[in-house]
Unconditional design. Structure first.
Length: 136
């Protein structure tokens, strides 16, 4: 009987130690993200070096966006909402993000753990995509 208990305890210990989570992968969009790439019809593809200062930070219900240029830094903030929505009449439903709650602009939104991507909907032909990497 003691052998069965030892075997059960060893099996349980091995199972628990095998279930190690990757602590570098966030489970939500909350946290700080830095611009990695942007693609648009006007400027083409741009890649941004780590530490570029163009960030997007999410808390429970607000965001802070910092945009850096050579001579100026802008900061905007407000509420945000992520939901299933449809921006274009002919398009299907997508996960979208709405900044500032005004409903004027919905962006297609993708969260993959270490990056987030925001794109103009498919009915906006010269729109673009921004990809942010997690920097928590």
């Amino acid at each position: 009987m003691n052998t069965k208990w030892y075997l059960a305890i060893i099996t349980l210990a091995l199972t628990i130690s095998a279930c190690k989570k990757d602590s570098k992968t966030p489970t939500s969009v909350m946290g700080k993200w830095e611009l990695q790439t942007s693609v648009s019809g006007w400027t083409g593809r741009q890649t941004y070096a780590p530490g570029n200062g163009n960030t997007l930070e999410f808390t429970n219900d607000t965001y802070v966006r910092t945009t850096r240029y050579n001579d100026t830094t802008y900061q905007t903030s407000g509420p945000y909402l992520i939901f299933e929505g449809n921006y274009c009449e002919q398009g299907g439903k997508h996960t979208v993000i709405q900044f500032d709650g005004d409903g004027s602009l919905l962006l297609d939104f993708t969260f993959s753990g270490s990056t987030i991507s925001m794109s103009t909907p498919e009915c906006v032909f010269d729109g673009g995509t921004s990809v942010y990497r997690n920097i928590n």
